[in-house]
Design a protein around this ligand. Structure first.
Ligand code: ATP
Ligand code: MG
Length: 214
């Protein structure tokens, strides 16, 4: 392809990237929520969008199947951003990585006593680092979704999950007890593409930066 390919996941990242794309004169011609198309042309014939699973965006950009993309800091930390240039925090899809427990569980006390905690999460690497830094012993249990269920069903004592409004925690009688880090999405760029397709990519980076910076 002569132009460039942008990897985006549908949902919040696609929606929140639209104003940034608009600043670069890029408007997708179909809505991935209603279209089944995975390759979406845009108002610029040198730019197309591919719709990927959020966790797959770094892979597409690493291998050069997409030239640029958008990925959450959680995804980049968990799956690695190897070889990716990450020039810009887009400040979209903001949320927080938290430790949460069932209301009533005395987490502080369990930690103080050196208890071994069972922690369920999709974010094994982030959780491992967090508890290691605190010197808390944990058995990590890998899940792929609905972390909130784990303590309720007796699978784990605590979870590590992304929280934005906290309403999902509340609805399941869970409380957040530790803030691990703030999360937002980053622009990711294939380094070879940046060299070979500079004249297309750099103005897009500049347009994004002007929106984010304002
Ligand atoms: P799915 O929800 O389809 O299983 P996913 O969770 O990987 O897939 P999204 O829910 O679209 O994909 O999340 C994409 C990114 O948005 C995450 O990697 C994270 O950085 C951020 N994110 C996740 N949950 C929230 C939230 N509740 N509020 C704001 N940003 C979030
Ligand atoms: Mg999700």
């Amino acid at each position: 392809m002569n132009g460039i390919t942008i990897a985006l996941s549908k949902g919040r990242i696609f929606e929140e990237t639209l104003p940034l794309l608009a600043a670069a004169g890029i408007e997708p011609l179909e809505n991935p929520e209603t279209s089944r198309k995975l390759i979406i042309p845009t108002t610029r014939d040198d730019v197309r969008v591919v719709i990927v699973r959020a966790t797959d965006a770094p892979t597409y950009v690493q291998y050069g199947a997409a030239d640029i993309g958008v990925a959450g800091k959680d995804v980049l930390l968990e799956h690695g951003g190897d070889g990716l240039y990450q020039p810009l925090d887009l400040r979209i899809a903001k949320c927080r990585m938290m430790v949460a427990i069932p209301a009533g569980f005395d987490y502080e006390n369990a930690v103080r006593q050196g208890a071994r905690l069972k922690v369920a999460t999709k974010y094994i690497n982030i959780a491992r680092e967090h508890f290691a830094a605190k010197g808390v012993h944990v058995d990590l249990i890998k899940l792929y979704g609905s972390m909130e269920l784990a303590p309720l069903a007796g699978l784990a004592d605590a979870i590590v999950d992304l929280v934005s409004t906290g309403s999902t925690l509340k609805a399941n009688n869970l409380v957040a007890v530790e803030h691990i880090m703030d999360i937002s999405s980053r622009l990711i760029v294939n380094q070879a593409a940046l060299k070979l397709k500079r004249e297309i990519i750099v103005p897009i980076l500049d347009a994004f930066a002007s929106v984010v910076g304002s």
